[in-house]
Design a protein around this ligand. Structure first.
Ligand code: F6R
Length: 255
């Protein structure tokens, strides 16, 4: 596991985008597993910059982690909309194929199977993740058991209240979502997890150093051999300094 701590989300986002760029440039058919949420916006902004500077996405396949059930793709809080809005809109080159679970599917079981067959067809090279304050990854919520494959999840009251900031009213937050399972996430060749802010510090410290537990799904990442944690000084603040060196990258390099 690598831990890289940055002094700002912008510099962390730049670093994360450079890891995605490396995969896009070196692989014949790069498959990127993508996340949504506030944290990854800095990475997507930097990646957009790279695409505007000539990075070609046309051989890339993207597979998103999750989607709310019941929100149509054009709903401003759907993850379909988020991906267009924060990453893909107006780019000079777009991925050759882009997948996001269909939260409007009439038969959700069939949709889960369809999504698993996409992940099977396109094994993920680099999986980008955020982390919930409760330690969730994708929408794999803390539980006494975890699902390995794509499934329907009932969001916890904590996740609903955290995500309510994007909706007019907390009642408008969907109660269910479709999410890739933990095994699918762990099968990615490389994992990049981004986390910013004090609110994530506890979950980050437990996931990096604590026991591996199903009620802290991000702790499962300890089983993976190529995980890069991209943090800011606040989200790293509950980790002992000897774990990450105690010096944030870039704050050390800027006058
Ligand atoms: C969303 C997802 C979630 C978020 C997590 C952090 O696709 O997979 O696990 O990454 O909830 O969300 P933010 O970045 O908004 O704090």
């Amino acid at each position: 596991m690598k831990i890289r701590v940055f002094s700002s989300p912008q510099s962390a986002g730049l670093y994360a985008s450079s890891l995605l760029e490396e995969a896009i440039l070196t692989l014949e058919q790069p498959v990127l597993g993508l996340a949504t949420g506030s944290t990854v916006i800095a990475c997507y902004a930097a990646l957009r910059g790279l695409v505007w500077c000539g990075l070609d996405l046309s051989k890339t396949v993207t597979i998103n982690l999750d989607e709310y059930i019941g929100l149509p793709p054009l709903h401003p809080q759907s993850y379909h909309y988020f991906m267009e809005d924060t990453l893909f809109r107006d780019l000079p080159s777009r991925p050759k194929e882009m997948y996001i679970p269909n939260g409007m599917a009439a038969n959700l079981d069939v949709e889960c199977d369809r999504y698993d067959s996409i992940i099977h067809k396109y094994p993920i090279d680099v999986q980008l993740l955020g982390i919930g304050v409760n330690g969730h990854i994708g929408f794999n919520e803390p539980s006494h058991s975890l699902f390995s494959r794509t499934h329907v999840v009932h969001l916890t009251p904590e996740t609903i209240s955290v995500n309510a900031r994007f909706f007019d009213r907390v009642e408008d937050v969907p109660k269910r979502a479709l999410t890739m399972g933990v095994q699918s996430i762990l099968q990615a060749r490389k994992i990049i997890l981004m986390a910013f802010g004090k609110g994530k510090a506890d979950a980050v410290a437990k996931a990096v150093q604590g026991e591996v537990r199903t009620d802290l799904p991000a702790s499962m990442l300890q089983f993976h051999r190529d995980v890069t944690w991209i943090l800011d000084t606040e989200s790293a603040s509950a980790l002992p300094r000897n774990v990450w060196g105690g010096h944030s990258i870039l704050s050390e390099m800027t006058p």
